[in-house]
Design a protein around this ligand. Structure first.
Ligand SMILES: [Zn+2]
Length: 157
């Protein structure tokens, strides 16, 4: 398994109440490196990497923000809305900068399922390959979100 430099220090910042109330790991019992490695492999299996998912999320984010909190269609049966919030949040890796709070809520209208992500989520996925821990409100299953965004072998990337 790939070693993550400073893993212990990063995980300390991911505990609920340190950088944000909910933390980053949800109820996931796995180590940070195991979470990241498993997600990386899930994407590799469908011919993708974290950066391509992050880039697609960034496009959706830009469209949603430009629509000023009104829902907007971002794919077949896929709707996005940006809900702004005050303040900024740092990356738990440290030294990466600050990201504006505020959620983009994605709704899959065929299943009714809802997914949430933030500017920090996109940074965590794109730079650190971290989709957050399972059980967290902002957890995105990499293969599921890729499929939803039309990426991957069966998608139209
Ligand atoms: Zn970072």
């Amino acid at each position: 398994m790939k070693h993550i430099p400073q893993e212990r220090r990063i995980v300390e910042r991911m505990v609920p109440g340190v950088l944000c109330l909910e933390g980053f790991l949800g109820s996931d019992p796995r180590s940070l490196s195991e979470i990241i490695e498993t997600d990386r492999r899930a994407l590799e299996d469908i011919g993708l990497d974290c950066q391509s998912v992050a880039r697609r999320l960034e496009k959706v984010y830009e469209i949603a923000v430009a629509n000023l909190e009104r829902p907007v269609q971002v794919g077949t049966d896929l709707e996005a809305v940006h809900l702004s919030a005050m303040g900024r949040i740092p990356c738990p890796w440290g030294g990466c900068g600050l990201w504006p709070k505020g959620d983009v809520v994605l709704t899959d209208r065929t299943t009714g399922r809802v997914y949430r992500f933030t500017a920090l989520s996109m940074h965590l996925i794109g730079l650190h390959g971290f989709f957050q821990g399972r059980g967290h409100r902002y957890r995105l299953e990499p293969d599921e979100i890729a499929r939803l965004l039309g990426l991957g072998k069966e998608g139209s990337q």
